[in-house]
Design a protein around this ligand. Sequence first.
Ligand code: URA
Ligand code: ZN
Length: 377
Amino acid sequence: MAARRLIVDVHTHVYLPRYANLLRSRTSVPRIVSAANNEDSERLLILDHEPSGGRPVGAQYWQRDEKLKFMDMHGISMSIVSSANPWLDFLPASEASKIALELNQDLEDYCETSPNLNGTRLQRLYGFGLLPLVPEITTSTLLETVQQISQLPHLKGLIMGTKGVGKGLDDPALDPVWAAIERAKLTVFLHPHYGVGGNPWGEVENGHVLPLALGFPFETTIAITRLILSGALDRFPSLRILLAHSGGALPQLSSRLASCIHHDPLVASRLNHDARYYIGRLYYDAVAYGSEELEFVSSAIGRAINYSPDGKSAVDIGSRRMMFGTDHPFFPPLSATEKWPSVTENLDAIEGVQTWSDGEKDGVLGGNALTLFDLQE
Ligand code: URA
Ligand code: ZN
């Protein structure tokens, strides 16, 4: 790995202190509990049927100094920090709307007051805000929150789960929200929380492996596919959506999706393009842990140009829509190592993509994020 490449982490989370305190105050999932017999240690219970009594959590999850130390240790210059799941999904509308505004301001302060990179004027922290996406929220409240985010200079987009306001991302009620996000040139970071199919097809306990390795990416795949099928990417042609975990299974299934649409007049009549065109309209993190997977995703993105009627709004160099991420503070090392394997695996995966030039690798490591988020170098 060449030492001087600028690295930007687009997939890195925080439980802001206000949010962590909210989770501590709760008596049902999602919640943070003190671990038995150990006052210093807490456990995070956020998934339904959380395996193994939850996950141990500590300062890495909320303290900015820990984020900066982690970035320094791995040579990461800049991060676009997002609140971690499950965001505000479990709150009533009145509470969700109030705390969304507070957390967006907290995140702006977290970024704005951060020290610069040593000896430079480089601003290190930016953020994805969040919306109070819960049932019974009013559209005007959502639009006010989009407006708030667009006016906070360090917030470059917003993180969003897969439920919308309870009816999924293809809910027509979200159209004014997509329109406002598009107008504000914010990027939506689409991230899973619920997983798909935890229990079916077996009973053996496998810890967090099935929900995190499969359930999470399948959830993202379904949510973004629903959005595509709704025609939203035609109605909002400049809407920017960044998919967590390299888009889950979407790139792999995109030709099958195209074929199923083609054979179904109900859906085919709704869309202006072949499904493979929309693959090239999206952005993808590079949190895939393997070179072959990254190479495949970039080739599926690059193929979209063949389905673009005017040769525009799709790129032929697929890697330009991919961006490094870590998923910090999740997946910490299980033994004392200096660097986190979950990070070095993703860096090595980028370095090892045989078909990418050095320029493309630089793009995925940082250059593409500088462009998409209009960050100052
Ligand atoms: N586990 C989570 O709950 N969220 C993440 O983002 C990654 C792992
Ligand atoms: Zn994540």
